[in-house]
Design a protein around this ligand. Sequence first.
Ligand SMILES: Nc1ncnc2c1ncn2[C@@H]1O[C@H](COP(=O)(O)OP(=O)(O)OP(=O)(O)O)[C@@H](O)[C@H]1O
Length: 234
Amino acid sequence: MATLIEVRDVSCAKDNEHTIFSKLDFDVNEGDVVVLQGKSGSGKTTLLKCIAHLNVYNGRILYRGRTAKSFGVPSFRTKVFYVPQKPSLLSGTPRDFLATVSSFNSRKVPRSVSDGSGLTYPIEVAKAWGIDEELWDRNWSNLSGGESQRIALATAVGLNTAEVLLLDEPTSALDPQSTVLVERFISNELRSPESELKAILWITHSEEQGRRVGSRLLRISNSGCEEEARLLDP
Ligand SMILES: Nc1ncnc2c1ncn2[C@@H]1O[C@H](COP(=O)(O)OP(=O)(O)OP(=O)(O)O)[C@@H](O)[C@H]1O
């Protein structure tokens, strides 16, 4: 299986005196769903932001053997797509966000035949998760936490540009039924030959969710990360 992400001796600090984590070393390979767990404040979100090139760090992070800069950062971020826990902090509307992210994509891979632009599939995905199309034209700040989470996820999955999704507690604002719908959809995308998606890093505090979705478990602490035994229920 191809190696998609290489994290080598990565460390990150809050300031000159306080390290968040250090000496992180791991790979993410094609087919992996790597569940990230660790105490609150251990640096899980920070790590995803480092991988997405949204945070400064020391060490080396490569995607398909290349740095984000050598790839071109906007294009890189459509391939290694970070989905924040609280997309409601974004400005404008989800439809604006969809248009912006889509414009960064160097290679369009539309899933929907309806308009060929690739912009309708995210809306179809969100609809399957109970999101009416009119919500795409509301400001993020006027959507509920669960609505904005589903829309941000549907954008990340539905644009079908990302090979690696970086999911930051993606279902933390969802009810149990919506959570299961979203988990199944994303797992199916990972297996679909039509999908670009090849690996996921998934932060969750839920051991149950970790077992449902994960193929690997990494525990983060300020002294590094440890891999635990395979997660998936048999
Ligand atoms: N921009 C920042 N400036 C200074 N400190 C920061 C910044 N962002 C995060 N931190 C600090 O870095 C540490 C790690 O934060 P992070 O959000 O990555 O943890 P986490 O493991 O995702 O936590 P949680 O499980 O609570 O979401 C925390 O102590 C946090 O206060």
